[in-house]
Design a protein around this ligand. Structure first.
Ligand SMILES: O=C(CO)COP(=O)(O)O
Length: 141
């Protein structure tokens, strides 16, 4: 599965703790992240992470583009609900696209933990069915 990991600045430590705790599960998946988050995770865990640009410089949009191609299976986006972001429209667009493509999305560590455990238990296998549906040509709807 392809997993996107994103954390705003005040949530980066939480992301590092989460990915450290679940390293054993995460290492058998393909990991993507916005720039700073990805580098922090790699540094702390040794996991292999494909890093896009930093969020404010377009990283959220790069991940959004993969969601729109239905190439993301799980998004962990630890947002900071107490700080406004200069790239708020990009943040909202990414979350909206996750709903368009029915991609499980966690915006806090409680949900993130449940989703990662669910992933390990096979609860995200429905993604394969959704992928087949969405790959159908528009004319078949
Ligand atoms: O701003 C972000 C997501 O909106 C995160 O970007 P960084 O991982 O580059 O800090």
């Amino acid at each position: 599965m392809n997993i996107a990991l994103i954390a705003h600045d005040r949530k980066k430590k939480t992301m590092v703790n989460l990915t450290t705790a679940y390293k054993r599960i995460l290492k058998s998946h393909t990991l993507y992240a916005t720039g700073t988050t990805g580098h922090r995770i790699m540094e702390a865990t040794g996991l292999d992470v494909h890093c896009f640009k930093s969020g404010p410089l377009g990283g959220d949009q790069q991940i959004g583009a993969l969601i729109s191609e239905n190439k993301m299976d799980l998004i962990i986006f630890l947002r900071d609900p107490l700080a406004s972001q200069p790239h708020e429209p990009d943040v909202n667009a990414l979350i909206r696209l996750s709903d368009v493509y029915e991609v499980p999305l966690a915006t806090n560590v409680g949900t993130a933990e449940a989703l990662i455990r669910g992933l390990a238990a096979g609860f995200l296998d429905f993604r394969e069915i959704v992928k087949e549906e969405l790959d159908k040509p528009l004319s078949s709807y």
